[in-house]
Design a protein around this ligand. Sequence first.
Ligand code: DGL
Length: 273
Amino acid sequence: MGPIGVFDSGYGGLTILKDIKEKLPSYNFIYLGDNARAPYGTKSFDLVYKYTLQAVKDLFQRNCELVILACNTSSAKALRSIQQKDLQIIAPNKRVLGVIRPSTEIIGELTKSNSVGLLATQGTVTSNSYVIELKKFSPLTKIHQHACPLWVSLIENNKHCSISGKEIIKNDIEILLEKDSNMDLIVLGCTHYPIVKEYIQSIVPKHVNVISQGQIVADRLFDYLNRHKDIESRCSKESKILYLTTGDIDEFNDNASNYIGEQINSSHINLGT
Ligand code: DGL
């Protein structure tokens, strides 16, 4: 028996955990943020894979039977290798899931114009994962991608509400919207971005809906646990959450408490080099 692991490069995965714990309140979770090494979005495939695997192994050692990569960049660059190569060697009975597939399963249902914008990290955009996955579920939907390489650092450093931070965000939104005037949906394809969702929604035209992934991932996880009783029965249920960060504990406690809406007391861990 063990908790469900939720991993992100930093604070972003908290936007997923918030919805997951609302949907599945009785389960135990471990949240792991690799804040010391964020952002991942501008790092190479090899480095993101290495860091993500270190995190997954750490969470497995802490008895997690199931780990959610609540990070699009890790889901794009590391998930497939971990699922297809590493799992059978390190823990054949455990599971690792990502956030891109559940999102692409539903995007087609949320657009009327079939023109969708995607805001994500450079790593996620370059991987083309959203384009490839969306084709499987909604082949007629066109996805216009735009990378926002500065946003994660802005959020990790708590600068997203500053005048210059808002200017950077606005500029990226304008570039995305210029790609197609028919666009009626913007997908926040990075789990850090919901932290600035309200601001984004306030600057886009009224007919453009902005969606984040928390609710979608929480619903899909709920379904997954219903369909996979072997995994579900190995998930502990005492409504406990442990927060771990590779970064500074005080900074994490302040910011994370703010994002998750309750007081958090985290512990520091090292994931390796
Ligand atoms: N939250 C991560 C994602 O969803 C951010 C990646 C980063 O650290 O750049 O992609």
